[in-house]
Design a protein around this ligand. Sequence first.
Ligand code: IVH
Length: 672
Amino acid sequence: MSENVAAVKQIERLRDEINQHNYYYHVLDEPHIPDVEYDRLYQQLQALEQQNPDLITADSPTQRVGAAPLSSFAEVSHEIPMLSLSNAFQAQDVTAFDQRICQRLNTEQACYTAELKMDGLAVSLLYESGLLVRAATRGDGTSGEDVTANVRTISSIPLKLRGDDYPQRLEVRGEVYMSKQGFHDLNQRQTELGAKLFANPRNAAAGSLRQLDPAITASRPLSIYCYGIGIIEGAELPESHYQMLQSLRAWGLRISDETARLAGLQACLDYYQAVMRRRSQLPYEIDGVVYKLDDYAQQQEMGFISRAPRWAIAYKFPPEEELTRVENIDVQVGRTGALTPVARLEAVKVGGVIVTNATLHNQQELERKDVRIGDTVVVRRAGDVIPEVVRVILERRPEHTEPYQIPKTCPICGSAAVREENQAALRCSGGLVCPAQRIQAILHFASRKAMDIEGLGEKLVEQLVERGLVNRLPDLYRLSLEQLAAMERMGEKSAQNLIDALQKSRSTRFNRFIYALGIREVGEATALSLTNHFKSLSRLQQASEEELLEVEDVGPVVAANIAAFFRQSENVSVLQSLVDEVGIHWPEVAGSDQTDASLAGQTFVLTGTLESFSREQAKQLLLARGARVSGSVSAKTSYLVAGENAGSKYDKAEKLGVTILSEQQLLQLLAE
Ligand code: IVH
């Protein structure tokens, strides 16, 4: 018997501890222990429950998954209807909203809670005596579907409320969503399985929640932000919505950190602008912001109009997806000769910007989406990403269209287009004979992280190449002031500035120079590794593929690319001119004893906003100490450096048990 009492105690202790860590992780966004430790606690609990099956309760953290698949969802009628919001599309709509409120309440200034308008689906969570007893979708607002078994699998939704001051009956409302990263990963998996792809995170979230088999929902990366309540019984209602949200957070429900309490119209409009600027960096999709009159008594005074409250409004962002027509399909030639099909579109405003071109990536993608000239397509522009064609509206396809084929020859120089093994892209085989590749190679050479030649933009390089003034890189340095000043959109002053910039670029760093050469797949990091390893151009030039393979970060493909580059006599002669005739030089690279390789072998990922330096600067500092810096978190990541507003990378690092460093800790590490 006493053994059983001990088991009861230990099970309770483990459940409390696990729930506490869930709260730190999901609600406060501030994990206290590494994932491995969490997993150990979880496994301990699981083992104990297996030994004592009679002690398993529905609110145990181990009981999230496990319900059997349903044949259909039961209907749930909402005791208090789930309303929708009126929309504002312009600042003046918000101004009118605020005016109505101030007038009706006879006040100078109203106080609002501003929230993000999450792009997911609304759910209702009913807690009785602190336990999650039912979850339902919004449906038509009056009745929805019972998705309790599915919602229980969402780890940011507590099965049991925290504390002891929660209402006896409480209905929480919020938006279930999928992060951008989660959506991306899910579609990747779907591709591998040959399964249907989701069009956007909202569809993916809705599709995942409305699965009859909870095991499938459990495998989908869903999360929630709560934004309000429905039923509340057995507790005093606070004075304001904002206070209510704070209470919800204390009871363990996830509330967005972006939620703000604002006084007056101007603050609301500023909030909109501030959120819009960061929209593309947020780890999830939002389609606007929501303003809610904060004071509950005032809300009541305002009342409702048809299906929406008069005390709230959604101020929508310009849509990130739009419909338009494909006027033509062109092929662009990149620096390395990759042929990229591009859709020329009837101009359309997407996300506040006029879009006339969208990438179709490559032949495979083009075939998968089967985009044809004349098609009506969905274009999408998420943040500052290049616009892309998402899908074709087949119902609107005109008659007599044909699948598009990328030409077999380069559209610029006529050289054969070839596809290398295991590569999606077709490439022009013309190399620097191809003017398009020449232009791109020059632009890359001049770019900021390469030779950093300010003022050498695309339009100018095009003219210089077209007029035959620049055929090879060294020609850049032979341009005269008069020649430059004679180009379109150039004056004496900008020509002189460019001459100065060219002069300045003669003195550079070895790693920048290597990067500037544009050897395929030799990015900044590889250029730096090559610098540290070979230290001089002649040694690098003479390195065999075998020797190249000894360099950190260089695999067989890159080694082959580098060796091939230096085998080409044209490249060797360009290099010689750049160094001997033009006089490009760099400080000698320090001998191995002086090279700081204190972080060699460590892979860093940077996320969020850093205070003392930009992410780029932090990256350079890490590279200079021999570290690798990668764009995404994986099991190979040694450290994640998390600045302000770190997003999904943080979650992923946490999941994988990657060590997370604060900016302060990074500074310490760099100082060591
Ligand atoms: S409040 C009476 N707040 O937008 C107020 N809704 O058009 C009802 N939504 O069905 C909703 N983020 O799916 C509210 N911070 C937020 C929201 C939000 C997203 C969705 C929700 C709702 C729809 C209303």
